[in-house]
Ligand binder design. Structure first.
Ligand code: R5P
Length: 312
C-alpha cells in the first residue's frame, strides 16, 4: 500500500494527534465544518491518490454529527481516489441498539454498519465493542481491539491488588470481567439483577465473595452511571471495602457526573477514545490513553502484518 495518511473529524482531534504522533506522520489536512443550515461540509486539502488512509472518528456525543462527519469524510476521500480507507472508530456509538429486544424497534447498530460500508470504507478498526457480535454486521474486514491490557497495567500500578475482586455489573459483562480477573490474578464476582415480580423492580444478588474485599467493577460503557451506582450500592451492602471501576467508554451523559460525585467510588479509570470536557474531568476519574494501541494496530494494518498480538 502507498503512503499512510491519518485524517480526523471533530470527534476527538486530541486522540488523532496522539495517534499521528505515535506513527510519526502528520495529520492529513482537511476542513470539516458546517454550512449555516447545519449540514456538514468537508474539504480534503491535499492530494490523497493511492494513499492508505485511516480516518479517526469515535461516534460519541454529538453522535449524529460525528457519524455524518465520518461518512462524509470517507465519501470525500473515496472520490479523491484514496487507495484504501479504514474507518477507525475507537467508540462505536449506537452499539447498544444491536437487536430487537421489543417489537417494532430498529437495529440501529446494523444500520450504522451499513452506512459506513456504503460510504466507501474498505475496513474498520474499533475497540471494546458493546457486543462482539457487531463485528458480523460488517461485510468488510474489521479488527476489534481490547483495551484490557492497558487497564490492567494501570490498575496494577494504582491499586493494591492483594485484596481485590473483579466485578461484572451484569451477566452480559462476564466475558470482559473474566479477562480482567485472569490478567490481574484475582477472583471474579457478578452482580445478578433479578426482577422480583411484574410490579416489583429488581433485587440485586452478588454471585461470589466480596465481604471485606476491595472491588473493581469493569464494563464497556458508562452512560448515565445508573448501572455503576446500583452495582456499588449492592456491593457495599454485601460488605465490600474500597470500590474502583474500569470502564472503557466514558459517555457520561445526563446525571452521570453528579451520581459519580455522590457515590463512594474511589477511582474510575476510563480510556481516551471519547474526549472528556473540563466539567467532566473530576478528581475521581483517571484517563488512560489508547493512542499507542490504536497507533500500533494502524501501523500493522498498513504493513499488512498480523495484529493478533494486540488482541487482549
Ligand atoms: C450495559 O449493557 C452496558 O454494558 C452498560 O452497563 C450500560 O450501558 C451503562 O449505562 P448507564 O451508565 O446509563 O447505566
Amino acid at each position: 500500500m502507498d503512503r499512510l495518511t491519518v485524517f480526523s473529524g471533530n470527534a476527538n482531534p486530541e486522540l488523532a494527534k496522539n495517534i499521528s504522533g505515535y506513527l510519526g506522520v502528520e495529520l492529513g489536512d482537511s476542513i470539516v465544518s458546517k454550512f449555516s443550515d447545519g449540514e456538514i461540509s468537508v474539504k480534503i486539502e491535499h492530494n490523497v491518490r493511492g494513499n492508505d488512509i485511516f480516518v479517526i472518528q469515535p461516534i460519541c456525543f454529538p453522535s449524529n454529527d460525528n457519524l455524518m462527519e465520518l461518512l462524509i469524510l470517507i465519501d470525500a476521500l473515496k472520490r479523491a481516489s484514496a487507495g484504501r480507507i479504514t474507518a477507525v472508530i475507537p467508540y462505536f456509538g449506537y452499539a447498544r441498539q444491536d437487536r430487537k429486544d421489543q417489537p417494532r424497534v430498529p437495529i440501529t447498530a446494523k444500520l450504522v454498519a451499513n452506512l459506513i460500508t456504503v460510504s466507501g470504507a474498505d475496513r474498520v478498526l474499533t475497540m471494546d465493542l458493546h457486543a462482539g457480535q457487531i463485528q458480523g454486521f460488517f461485510d468488510i474486514p474489521l479488527d476489534h481491539l481490547l483495551a484490557v491490557k492497558i487497564f490492567v497495567e494501570h490498575i496494577k500500578k494504582r491499586i493494591d491488588c492483594s485484596n481485590l475482586v473483579v466485578v461484572s455489573p451484569d451477566v452480559g459483562g462476564i466475558k470482559m470481567a473474566r479477562a480482567y480477573a485472569k490478567k490481574l490474578g484475582v477472583p471474579l464476582a457478578i452482580v445478578d439483577k433479578r426482577r422480583i415480580s411484574t410490579e416489583k423492580t429488581e433485587a440485586m444478588n452478588i454471585l461470589g465473595e466480596v465481604k471485606g474485599k476491595d472491588v473493581c467493577i469493569v464494563d464497556d460503557i458508562i452512560a448515565t452511571a445508573g448501572s455503576l451506582v446500583e452495582a456499588i450500592e449492592a456491593l457495599k451492602n454485601k460488605g465490600a471495602k474500597d470500590v474502583y471501576a474500569a470502564i472503557s467508554h466514558p459517555v457520561l451523559s445526563g446525571p452521570a457526573i453528579d451520581r459519580l460525585q455522590k457515590s463512594s467510588i474511589s477511582k474510575l479509570f476510563v480510556a481516551d477514545a471519547i474526549p472528556l470536557s473540563q466539567d467532566k474531568l473530576i478528581d475521581k476519574i483517571e484517563v488512560l490513553s489508547v493512542a499507542p494501541l490504536l497507533g500500533e494496530a494502524i501501523k500493522r494494518i498498513h504493513k499488512e502484518v498480523s495484529i493478533s498480538v494486540l488482541f487482549g
